[in-house]
Design a protein around this ligand. Structure first.
Ligand SMILES: *[C@@H]1O[C@H](CO)[C@@H](O)[C@H](O)[C@H]1NC(C)=O
Ligand SMILES: *[C@@H]1O[C@H](CO)[C@@H](O)[C@H](O)[C@H]1NC(C)=O
Length: 544
């Protein structure tokens, strides 16, 4: 996951926990539940299928030890990717072949009984064909790659040692997201070891460049699956991550100006002009947060008000009724901090700059990149237009021509050449619009079953025993591979199931995962597969 914020499971009250998942709404009123704003979905428990209960994963010490070993060995293979890989045969991908061999060794039954399709050399697609092909398959996804290490000596334990300290499994990829990959394969291995045969096809899909842009892995998996199963041909997609997704846009600025000896400089060099542009982008027309009627975070807040009233701001219940969505959003953002602000507001960060080659030479080329994560109420086009509008008067002032390169690579700026130089505005990759909102109302059978299983599983785990689990949607500040899977299902959930504090330091030093949290996630995968495989019993919903 890129630049994630993970708050999937919030313990709000001794007796209440909120499970925040990527559904973008919440099941509507159920008749037996008088909590109108945030009804609890009926718990769903897999039918008595003769398989061992999901609780085994957290109760059997042999499974715990086995998971420590498997995850540790997975972390030990340094499957890092850089931002600029384009060829799966590049030498930099060699560790992925080692990783594949490791998976064959760790999961022999899965490799014997499933069909493994390799796409674009390194993407892995495991298919367990169901006996009833009329049922849409379940698609579980994760990625094999991890982000690079800046300086291994900053780590408490070497990043590729897979060190386990009795509670935490340390290392790059431990929580983003070899845990998901190993957890999914382990659950399948376990089911197959019990001679389980799926009724409904189950697919595991693992890309290998999610931390780059995903084009090589998921970009090849998605069209293949659409070809085989058709558009909308998948029951649901469950990926890593934390909830719904914003859009994204990398704006690049390349300024070329007249060079020369720096002893006879113009009043502003290319560096000065780029500096003024970035300063203007950061100070003029600030982005504002919006929490409108359809924003997924609204339902989460309503659920907190309904189920944890003493733990929310005392103004929140009344504020949620207000239709000034910008004022409400600003109040929530100011109260809850930056991580929440950027679920409601477009972010802007100047992340790269370089220019100049020598102390006595004027810079002829200056390059900058500004990264945007586009909030649900905006589009990448609006964000680009804003930047262009702010930049145009600056370049005009310095007699610099402005050229805008469209998605198709064509130059469209008629402002053209200026006497002093030329600024080219472009984007690094095709901008991504915010993800479609997954329908999660009461009429969505898929959502109701997903939420019901989630509640059933997490209310049964020992660490949450006696608490009521509330399942609600939200939005994350980054993106995952799911951008490629939009055509396959409207029910796309981005959620590495974990409790707050159970998966730490994703993308930075000392990444680590609490093994108990990992085992709880496996419980959910296991029961989701079982509950979607056959009939299921529905317990009546109850009130708090
Ligand atoms: C890595 O960190 C160590 C300890 O802080 C430091 O001594 C070393 O110079 C760093 N190496 C690099 C390449 O930055
Ligand atoms: C989704 O379907 C549309 C329409 O058929 C197609 O243009 C697009 O390329 C597909 N997207 C992906 C990611 O495959």
């Amino acid at each position: 996951m890129r630049h994630p914020i993970l708050v999937p499971l919030l313990s709000l009250l001794p007796s209440v926990s909120a499970l925040t998942i990527p559904s973008l709404q919440f099941p509507l009123i159920s008749s037996s539940n008088n909590n109108q704003a945030c009804p609890l979905p009926a718990k769903i428990h897999p039918e008595d299928d003769g398989l061992h209960p999901a609780l085994n994963f957290v109760q059997d010490p042999r499974i715990r030890t086995q998971q420590v070993n498997r995850l540790s060995r997975a972390v030990q293979v340094p499957t890092t990717v850089s931002d600029y890989v384009t060829d799966p045969y590049d030498e930099a991908f060699a560790p992925f072949l080692t990783f594949h061999t490791l998976l064959e060794e760790l999961f022999p039954i899965t490799h014997q009984k499933s069909t493994l399709t390799k796409l674009n050399r390194l993407a892995l697609l495991y298919t367990l064909p169901g006996t009833n092909p009329s049922l849409k398959p379940l698609l579980f996804t994760a990625h094999q790659d991890v982000v690079p290490i800046v300086n291994a000596s900053d780590w408490s334990h070497p990043p590729f040692a897979g060190h386990f300290d009795g509670t935490w499994l340390w290392g790059r990829g431990a929580s983003d997201c070899k845990n998901v990959l190993i957890g999914l394969l382990s659950v399948i291995e376990d089911l197959l070891a019990q001679d389980w045969t799926p009724t409904r096809t189950v697919i595991l899909a693992f890309g290998f460049d999610e931390e780059s842009h995903g084009f090589l892995g998921a970009g090849h998996i998605a069209p293949y699956l659409e070809e085989v199963y058709g558009a909308g041909g998948v029951e649901f997609v469950l990926d890593e991550g934390g909830m719904g997704e914003k859009g994204s846009l990398d704006l690049t600025l390349t300024l070329t100006t007249r060079g020369g000896h720096s002893s006879i400089p113009p009043p502003h060099t290319g560096i000065g002009i780029i500096a003024e542009i970035i300063h203007t982008l950061e100070t003029a027309l600030p982005f504002t947060p919006v929490l409108d009627a359809t924003h997924p975070a609204r339902k989460k807040l309503q659920c907190q008000v309904a189920h944890s009233p003493v733990h929310v701001e005392d103004w929140l219940p009344a504020a949620l009724a207000d239709t000034d969505y910008a004022a409400l959003a600003e109040r929530v953002a100011a109260s809850r901090g930056e991580a929440v602000r950027f679920t409601l507001q477009t972010s802007q960060a100047a992340d790269l700059i370089h220019g100049g080659v020598k102390s006595n030479a004027l810079p002829e080329t200056v390059f900058a990149l500004v990264n945007y994560r586009v909030a649900l109420h905006q589009t990448p086009e609006e964000v680009l237009e804003r930047a262009r509008g702010l930049i145009a008067p600056i370049v005009e002032k310095y007699d610099v021509g402005l050229v805008v390169v469209g998605d198709d690579g064509d130059e469209e700026g008629e402002e053209g050449e200026g006497g002093f130089g030329r600024l080219v505005l472009s984007t690094l990759a095709e901008p991504l619009r915010p993800a479609p909102v997954s329908p999660t109302h009461e009429e969505s059978a898929v959502w109701m079953r997903f939420a019901g299983v989630t509640r059933d599983v997490f209310e049964s785990v020992p660490s949450l025993k006696g608490k009521t689990v509330v399942v609600a949607g939200d939005i994350m500040t980054g993106n995952t591979d799911t951008r490629f899977y939009w055509n396959l299902s409207e029910n796309i959930y981005r959620w590495s199931p974990s409790r707050v504090g159970g998966a730490l330091n994703i993308h930075t030093v000392d990444e680590r995962l609490a093994i108990d949290v990992h085992l709880e996630a496996m419980m959910l995968y296991y029961d989701l597969i079982r509950a979607f495989d056959g009939d299921h019993t529905v317990e009546p919903a109850h009130d708090l």
